[in-house]
Each structure stands twice: as structure tokens, then as C-alpha cells.
Design a protein around this ligand. Sequence first.
Ligand code: HEM
Length: 180
Amino acid sequence: MTTTGAQRTNWPERLREISQYVNLTEEDRKLIRSTGPIVRRYADQLTTEVYDLIFEFPNAGRFFSYDDGTPDPKRVKDNKDSMMQWLNYLAQAPSNDAFARYMIAISAMHRDIPIHRPGLPPVPSQFVIGTISWYQTRLIQIFEDELGDLRKAAEASTAWNKMLMVSLDILLGAYLLDSR
Ligand code: HEM
């Protein structure tokens, strides 16, 4: 068996590197934690909106559907729950090694769709990237409404954008052949 770049990568180290590169500072982490309760309050609504979006695109919706193309409510519920857990985790602005391992495990799950789901390819990366973009768009709107101050909303949104990008880097990690 050959070893891919993704398998060779030291993901905790990469997490530190990308966090420094985007300049995710201690101030940003504080801001993420202090606005975490707002994001948690909207987590259910946001995740429902993500799944509505996913079902507008057959190539995305098929991962949560029966063979005849109709949505599978159990699969949708289970995956919504895991997406909310991820958002909750992000609200803690984690920087520990366990976070890197958690993210790369999700990435591998997206790439290696289980054997009992024949015919499904890896989750196309554009939907993962698009989902992150969608969260960025929604969060600034939510911060504007909730914080009632454009400057504070922009600061919170900047910090969350960095966190979401750091998360995205590792979320796509298993797809990369040479991830060093
Ligand atoms: C920000 C983007 C996303 C995040 C954070 C995310 C998060 C997760 C998490 C935490 C799991 C693990 C579930 C478990 O432990 O069982 C998972 C699995 C999975 N995700 Fe995602 N996901 C994202 C986007 C997507 C998109 C856009 C799709 C499809 C269009 C998708 C399809 C799947 C599939 C098929 C699984 C495997 C589990 C199953 O077959 O039900 N994900 N995702």
C-alpha cells in the first residue's frame, strides 16, 4: 500500500501553521468564545438552512437520500446533529491536537463514503467549500442583528472567518495528495 501525502501529514502541526498564517490571534479566540452563545443559539436554524440548500443540488442531496432520490430523514437528522456538534466545537475556538484529529477524521469520512452506499463518490469538495462560505455569509448577518453595532459585528465576523478557514483547510486535507 502506498502512503499518501495526506497520511504523512502531521495534522496538529498543520493546524498550528495555518492558524498562524491567517493570524488567528488570542484576541480572535476570545471573540469567538464570547460570541459562541449567539452562534449556538442559531446552530439549529443554520444547519436546517444548510440542508435545505444541499437538497437544491442533486449531486449534494444524494448523500442524504434513499436510492429513489427522496430525502432520508434519519440520515438528515444524524448528519445535522454532527454538523451542529462541529459548530459547537468551533465556538470554543479550539487549538488542541484533538481538534486537528477530529477534523481530519471528518475529511476522511467525506472522502471514503461507506461501502454500504455503493455508487456514491467522495463528497464533492465544492459543496464543503460552499458550505463554509455560506456560514460566513450568514454569521455576519446574525452578528449585525444580534450585536446591533456594525463594527463589533465586523470584528466578530473576521475572527469567525479565520476559524472557519482553518477548519476548511483540514476538512479538505484527506483529499490532498501532497498536503505538506
Ligand atoms: C462545513 C461543511 C461540513 C462539515 C463541518 C461536515 C461535518 C461532518 C461530520 C462531523 C461528519 C461525521 C458524522 C459522524 O461522525 O458520523 C460528517 C459526515 C458526512 N458528511 Fe459532512 N460536513 C460538511 C459538509 C458536507 C457536505 C456539503 C456533504 C454532502 C453534500 C456532506 C456529507 C457527509 C457524508 C455523506 C458523511 C458520512 C456519514 C454518512 O454517510 O451519513 N458533508 N460530516
